[in-house]
Design a protein around this ligand. Structure first.
Ligand SMILES: Nc1ncnc2c1ncn2[C@@H]1O[C@H](COP(=O)(O)OP(=O)(O)OP(=O)(O)O)[C@@H](O)[C@H]1O
Length: 915
């Protein structure tokens, strides 16, 4: 890739190419008859493809090949058709043409190709130009040139763009198409330079400001260069066409007699093709330099550079005939000068002259390489058939004939990319240098190791020698010492034996002493420990003694105290005995008194019972207190005590017996006494004055206890009656509820079927209903539900109490609402009392009915109950009450209720009822 971009860069400027880049040029002379290029897509063309191209290429002899193309007659020719006959006769199959001077004289000429008027552009290109293009793709220089009289079709043949009709494309466009098709954008570059030679001045047609460009020759390669000319890289055919059009627009043209759009300049298109090959280029025997490069450089890219010149010469015509004047005359002179110079060069080349006058004109200079140089050249001469231009046609044909004699020496040009080679070699050198350094280091360390080991060996050797010398010396001395040593040893052994003996004696003595010492020490320590023990025992004895004497003292004082206490106790005992005796006497007295009281109570109860018995057929009424009073005489006409009389009797009992004694009797084990006591308490509770004392003395608790625990139905009924009486008082109501009285009453209501008992329970609950503060608690304890449930016994007295309770409840609730203490749907309705009221409004006795009516009116007063009242049919009932109730106040109340609430009026309207 790097080398590729390098190649591109090197093509941007010829100056750079020729002066700076270190390239090696390999000149190879080849002598091949023809070139064949494998046609592959430009993008697919590969390096190996290029190599194949090069290897397969076969060059021709190198002679300039000349083709003749006959131009179709133009309008002018046709208009002069009658005056002049054609002077040209073609024999394409023989590649010959005949030119007639007159009716008698004609000359025949053979050319490489003859193109008739009808020859297509494609045929002309493929026959005359394509071989040159193929050789260029193979790395050789090539030239395709058109020469001929003005208006004979040079530009048509060479430079026609064929924009409207692609079949009309000329050599330039077709050549570029082939080049693009056979090169790769990856490895190859194609660039162009487009020049015109006008009035002996070279102008860049792509950058027209570059005028009067200078021609030079590469001293090494002999290549002709135009300094400063733009070399524009071309990507594809479209890109080329654009550039060509730019160039055409800048080309100088004028209207001549012969051609209305005559090219007055020579146009030279230079196509630079650079192809890069990579990989193993081993078999290039031609590469002399290869042998001087090591085998490792075999992958160096080889760059093939070739150049294709496509030249559209200006028209060759006789000045007098062309009708040029003034500036155009100047033009014509210059054109003819350059063409004449071209002719001269060709003549010289054809005659193998030593001197070729290429420097006579810039045209010949530019074409130096194309004619007699290293390029493969194809010349297309264009002629007209009209005899009018016999002279020009004849000279053109002669020009072509001479050109056919010019022989070129085709050369292949390859370059090595030395920079890349250098880089690669430098890399190898670096690698080898580092490898060498590494080896040197290894060798150095090996050498050091060896030297160190050698030194060690030498030292070892010296040491060994020393040891050997010493050993030798010792060996000699050893003899003298041995006898002396034996004597001395003997003597020492004897002395040692003596000493050992002495030592043994001393040792045994010492052991004896040590044993003695040990036994003495042992004895001593035994004595000391026994002394210590004795001391300790003494100390303990002392302590015990002290404690005992202390305890003795304490015991003596306690005994004294006890004695005093005993005296005291004895006197106390005496006093207590006296008290006990007195108490026993008192107790006896009280027992007797109690007995007499009990007798009295029994007697009184009997009296009371007799008095309160209700003869059959006579209804009882329940007083506001719930206590039963006889209100009528007995059936037998026997006069009864009236209520004040009873009260007086009870008050008398109360005064005489005392409330606490009576309440004590409630706890009696005797059921009779208990029953009588409950009766008395119940009757006492009917009096407001007694109620407070009964409650204060624990009467309420005792009654609730009996209600809860007694299994006797009479006691339960009487207790309920007593509770009913106590429940008349507001304060008691609070206490009854707080002590669970409502729950007990509700339980009794659900368990009992005795109408008398239920009447007491209903009376008690009805009294509690009269306290609006307790409504919620009463409901929560099941009081309301219990009240309603008792209607099941269908006993009028019970129902009367139930109705009274409802009236009480509804009235109090209504009052609370009015006072703002309560809001919302009635608790009675929640427990389903309303439906019963509506259904039973007219069922019972007057007093019961009044209670129900009142209850209904009060419920209807509450707006929140209105819908329930309507739903239950209560409106109709209210209307009836307002109209039919036997109590005036209830009638009024019902009317008021109906009037006050518009929903009732609406309901009445709906029912079509009037009030
Ligand atoms: N083979 C051909 N077939 C059809 N038309 C042609 C052919 N040759 C030339 N012509 C027509 O003849 C006219 C002149 O041709 P052209 O401009 O190519 O001549 P020329 O030789 O380049 O002239 P000049 O030297 O003055 O530039 C053009 O209109 C061109 O189309």
């Amino acid at each position: 890739m790097a080398s590729h971009s390098q190649s591109r860069a090197s093509l941007r400027s010829e100056r750079y190419l020729t002066s700076a880049k270190p390239v090696g040029i390999v000149g190879v002379v080849v002598n091949r008859s023809s070139f064949r290029v494998k046609k592959v897509g430009r993008k697919r063309a590969t390096t190996s493809g290029l190599r194949a191209i090069i290897d397969d290429g076969v060059a021709d002899s190198g002679r300039v090949r000349v083709a003749v193309r006959l131009c179709p007659k133009n309008s002018e020719d046709l208009s002069h058709g009658s005056d002049f006959v054609d002077c040209i006769e073609l024999q394409p199959e023989l590649k010959m043409l005949k030119i007639r001077r007159n009716n008698w004289i004609s000359e025949s000429y053979r050319f490489d190709e003859i193109f008739a008027e009808s020859s297509s552009q494609r045929h002309v290109y493929e026959t005359a130009a394509k071989p040159v293009v193929e050789s260029v793709l193979s790395g050789y220089n090539g030239t395709v040139m058109a020469y001929g009289q003005t208006g004979t079709g040079k530009t048509h043949t060479i430079g026609w763009l064929g924009k409207d009709d692609p079949s009309e494309r000329g050599v330039m466009v077709r050549a570029m198409e082939d080049i693009f098709a056979n090169t790769s954008t990856l490895n190859d570059t194609v660039s162009i330079t487009y020049l015109q030679l006008y009035l002996e001045t070279i102008q860049d047609l792509l950058e027209p400001e570059k005028n009067d460009l200078f021609i030079s020759e590469d001293p090494k390669s002999g290549e002709i260069l135009v300094r400063g000319a733009a070399i524009v890289e071309v990507r594809d055919i479209e890109n080329f066409l654009e550039l060509l059009q730019v160039g055409e627009a800048n080309r100088h043209a004028a209207n001549t007699k012969f051609n209305t759009e005559s090219s007055r300049s020579h146009a030279i298109l230079m196509v630079h093709v650079q192809r890069t090959s990579r990989g193993q280029e081993e078999n290039r025997s031609s590469l002399v330099i290869r042998s001087s490069i090591s085998s490792s450089s075999s992958s160096i890219p080889i760059v093939l550079k070739s150049k294709l010149l496509i030249v559209d010469l200006a028209g060759s015509e006789r000045i007098d005939k062309s009708g040029s004047e003034g500036h155009m005359l100047e033009e014509a002179k210059f054109i003819n000068l350059s063409l004449t110079s071209l002719g001269k060069c060709i003549n010289a080349l054809a005659e193998n002259s030593l001197h070729i006058p290429t420097r006579d004109s810039k045209l010949t200079r530019l074409l130096q390489d194309s004619l007699g140089g290293t390029a493969k050249t194809s010349l297309i001469i264009t002629i007209g058939a009209s005899a009018r231009h016999f002279s020009e046609t004849s000279s053109t044909i002669l020009f072509g004939q001479r050109a056919m004699k010019v022989v070129n020496t085709v050369k292949l040009k390859e370059e090595y990319d030395y920079e890349k080679l250098c880089r690669k070699l430098e890399k190898q050198i670096d690698h080898l240098t580092s490898e060498m350094e590494r080896q040197q280091k290894l060798r150095k360390s090996d050498k050091e190791n060896m030297e160190r080991r050698l030194k060690q060996c030498e030292a070892c050797l010296a040491e060994t020698e020393k040891i050997l010398v010493v050993k030798e010396k010792h060996h000699l001395e050893n003899f003298g010492f041995q006898s002396l040593l034996a004597d001395t040893t003997r003597m020492y052994e004897e002395k040692v034996a003596e000493l050992v003996e002495q030592l043994q004696i001393e040792h045994s003595q010492r052991a004896t002493l040590e044993d003695h010492l040990t036994s003495v020490q042992q004895q001593l320590s035994d004595n000391i420990s026994s002394l210590k023990k004795q001391q300790k025992a003494m100390d303990e004895l002392h302590l015990n003694l002290n404690e005992m004497s202390k305890k003795n003292e304490e015991a003596a004082s306690v005994i004294l105290l006890m004695k005093a206490g005993k005296d005291e106790l004895l006197s106390e005992k005496e006093l207590l005995c006296q008290d006990l005796k007195a108490s026993q006497e008192k107790l006896l007295h009280e027992e007797m008194h109690r007995k007499s009281l009990e007798d009295e109570i029994i007697r009184l109860n009997q009296v009371l019972t007799k008095n309160t018995e209700v003869p059959k057929g006579i209804g009882n009424t329940i007083g506001p207190s719930g206590l039963e009073y006889t209100v009528n005489s007995s059936k037998h006409g026997k006069p009864r005590e009236n209520i004040p009389g009873q009260r007086a009797t009870i008050a008398k009992i109360f005064e005489e017996v005392g409330i606490s004694n009576i309440l004590n009797l409630l706890k009696s084990d005797d059921l009779d006494i208990q029953t009588h006591a409950v009766k008395v308490v119940a009757n006492l509770a009917a009096e407001d004055v007694n109620q407070q004392r009964i409650v204060e003395e624990g009467g309420l608790d005792a009654l609730l206890f009996l209600l809860d625990s007694s299994e006797d139905a009479t006691i339960q009924r009487l207790s309920a009656g007593a509770l009913a009486n106590l429940a008349m008082n507001g304060m008691n109501q609070d206490l009854i509820i707080s002590k669970g009285g409502a729950r007990l009453l509700a339980r009794m209501a659900s368990r009992s079927d005795d109408p008398q008992a239920l009447r007491m329970v209903a009376g008690a609950i009805a009294n509690l209903c009269g306290n609006d503060r307790l409504h919620m608690l009463l409901k929560e304890d099941g009081g309301i539900k219990a009240l309603l449930s008792m209607v099941r016994c269908m006993h009028s007295n019970v129902i009367a109490q139930v109705a009274r309770g409802m009236a009480n409840f509804a009235k109090c609730e209504s009052r609370s609402i009015n006072q703002g203490y309560w809001k919302g749907r009635s608790l009675l309705i929640e427990d389903d009392a309303l439906n019963w009221m509506v259904a039973n409004c007219t069922t019972f006795s007057d007093s019961t009915r009044h209670h129900i009516e009142l209850a209904l009116c009060h419920l209807a007063q509450n707006e929140d109950n209105a819908l329930d009242v309507i739903k239950s049919g209560g409106v109709k009932e209210l209307l009836r009450i307002s109209q039919e109730s036997s109590r005036e106040d209830i009638c009024k109340l019902a009317k008021k209720v109906l009037k006050s609430n518009p929903v009732f009026s609406a309901e009445l309207e709906r029912l079509k009822l009037n009030y």
